[in-house]
Ligand binder design. Sequence first.
Ligand SMILES: [Zn+2]
Length: 586
Amino acid sequence: MKKEEIKIFEELKSNFLDIDPANFIQNNLTIDGEDFKILGNGWRFMVDIYRYIAINATKKDGKPVVIKKGRQVGATVMAGALDLYFTNSGLFSKPPIRVVHLFPALAQVKKFSQDKLEGMIRTAKGDVINKNKLKTANAVDNLTMKQFNNGTLWIDSMGADADRIRGMTADIVFFDEIQDMFSQGIGNATKILTAAKYGPIGKGVQVYFGTPKERGSHFSTIWDMSDQRYYHLGCTNCKDTFPFYLPNDDRWKEIWVEGYNIKCPLCGAVQKKIDAIEAGKWVATKNSEECQYTGFHINQLYIPYFSKENILDLMPENNPSQTERIWNNEVVGEFYSGLGMPITKADIYDKCRDPDRYFSKSIDPRIKKSYFGVDWGGKADGATGGQSYSCVVVISVTHSGEILIEHAHKLRENSFNYKKETINEMFRRFGITRAVSDWFFGQDVVHDIQLRYGDRFIGAQGSGSLIKPLKYREEELIVSYNKDLMVEELFNLMKKGKIRFPWKSYEHLEWLIEHCTSMEMRHRVVGNQPVKKYVKGSGPNDGLMALMYAYMAYKFDLTNGFTIRPGANKKISMPTPVLANIKRSI
Ligand SMILES: [Zn+2]
């Protein structure tokens, strides 16, 4: 063949292979410049999901796909790869496909687009993705929108109710971390698919995925409506397949002998985990024809490079730092509704949401009293490494005792001066009556700020005292507090709807909701008394701590420095504010 013909043939071959998403990924994408290998190396369960979405879900009789997954099973990479496959493979170019990848809030959009997707585009083999970008004069290429020759990709935020994407038209929507989304937003978002050119008419292609959290959520509802497929392993000896992981079923512990060895329960042959995965297949546990969704379940047991010992070490009975909730949600990918969950996102949505209220830009202290709390952490927002954030939460309290969250943010820097300036700005902007701050991790700043504000800025130090859960040490300007009791008080207020979240500022609030719902509860017995203990879950809780400090600042005023028993003196220390009444009648 002539050189020209060979070239055309090679291109044709490569284009043909690109029709298969797994081949497209291996041929074109890399992971940080390293080969993105998913064929023949134990990721078969994932490859089959890629193929299902590309081939079946895009058909006219396709069904929405729901993927219930443990953490760190490669789903984010999968989503990014699929985004690029749909918009760059050329298979969906007539008409050019429109893909929307939705996250619960803008913070996750930024993280995914900047950290993951941009990297995948930049390191693609032969720069194919960049070369495929639309080059017309008004072509868009930014963090949330990318135009290619064969399609357009949007990475955007669902927010509270899918406001940002309203009026758009798309063919595919990926709902990423669907557990953290609310039903109303999901309902609105699916409306952008009514004119979809791929997938079922009027419905388009819908892919929902996330790590499960609480039972009873929207996510658990659609999972229940799916055919719930589990991945069965295969035997290279008897050629049969057998279930490995199933919920509430311990058989995997027998099948997985040790290390990377899998023993076939049918013939007894022992083989490598990777081989058993490659010989396996997806099996539905319900009649697929009767189900509205196609469901796939993946968890950490299937990760090819995880040994049995890795998994055993993640079990709460073998590892005191693992909770039941982390094991269920993140390792085996199951919904969990133990007593260990003090408050859920659904609770906050149902009971604590002020649908029409925004964050306050500033507060006039003549109109209402406000308080703030600050928690110091070692980690600046957006930076990597470390565990906690510095953050502030500003509240005001209505005359009927409702605590309004007026403002909250994470500090961008952790320098001494930046912290000091932030505190000064909070006092100024919100006309703050009093604030409470974590003392242990912020001693230098707290001392410095107290030189200016005195007892309007009090340090807080944890204590185990059950008799006096709040005690003010006047000379030191420090309040000692029992964290478990204070956190419990806060959760009880939330359950009664007494703490109000300004839902119009949802994008700025989402992280705080996350922090408020991440803690876990344990029971212990102290001196024959059952005591609830709140421990840090897998996510950060600094925002909740800042809210707790703000609440303590309010309580300080309410009880005249904790010298009055709460409740006994409410009428005297909290007279109905006259101005608030006037404002109401306007
Ligand atoms: Zn066998």
